[in-house]
Design a binder for this molecule. Sequence first.
Ligand SMILES: Nc1ncnc2c1ncn2[C@@H]1O[C@H](COP(=O)(O)OP(=O)(O)O)[C@@H](O)[C@H]1O
Ligand SMILES: [Mg+2]
Length: 210
Amino acid sequence: MNDVDGQAGVRGRYVIVEGGEGVGKTTQVVALAQRLSEAGIDCEVVREPGGDPFAEAGRELLLGELERTAPAEVLAFNALRAQLLIAVIEPLLATGTWVLSDRGRLSTIAYQGHGAGADLAWTREICAMTVALCPPDVEVVLDLDPVVAAERRTMRGDDDRFERMDLAFHQRVAEAYRAEAALAGIEVVDAEGTPAEITDRLWRVVSPLL
Ligand SMILES: Nc1ncnc2c1ncn2[C@@H]1O[C@H](COP(=O)(O)OP(=O)(O)O)[C@@H](O)[C@H]1O
Ligand SMILES: [Mg+2]
C-alpha cells in the first residue's frame, strides 16, 4: 500500500474507525480529519454503508426495516463496500488523499456474524475477499460500555434499525469487536473520556502512517 503513484506522488492512507453504536466514530473521524488537515494532509471522510449515489441508496435499504436473512445482509453490505472501495476510496488514495472511514468489514463480522448469527467463518471469508479490492492501512476499534454508548445515543436523538436493537445485542456486538480485534491484531482504543482525549489516543495509532 506504500507504492508511489508516478503522477500524484505518495499514495494516501486508508484508515477505518470501528465500534458499536454511539461509541463516537462519527465524532472521531471528523476530529481526525481536522488534525490531518492541520498537518497538511488532504483527507476525505466516508461512511459505511454509503459513499456514492448507488451505495447511499443501498444504505437506505439496509438501515430500513425490510425483513432480511443474515447471509443476505452480509452479501449486501459487502456489495456496497465493493462499490465504495472501487468507485470512491481507491481513486482518492491514488491521488494522495487520505480516507477516514466510519466503519468497515469488522462491522459486518460483529453485527451480521456475532450479532445476527450469520456463519462466522463464511462471513469473515466474504469480507476478506471484498477488502482485498482495496485493503485499509489501519483499522482501529473504539471500545465503550454499551450502557454509556446508549446514553450518548439518547442525547443524539436519531436512530436506525441497528441502533434500536436491545442492550443484549449491543453487548454482543461490543464483545465481538474485542474478540475480532484480538484475533486480527487490531488496536482497541478506550472510548471513555472527552472527545479530545479520544482523538489523542487515535492520533497515536494514526500518526505513524504519516
Ligand atoms: N467522548 C464523548 N463524550 C461524550 N459524548 C460524546 C463523545 N463522543 C461523542 N459524543 C456524543 O455521543 C453521541 C454519539 O457519538 P457519535 O460520534 O455519533 O457515535 P457513533 O458515530 O459511533 O454512533 C453524539 O451525540 C456525540 O456528540
Ligand atoms: Mg455515527
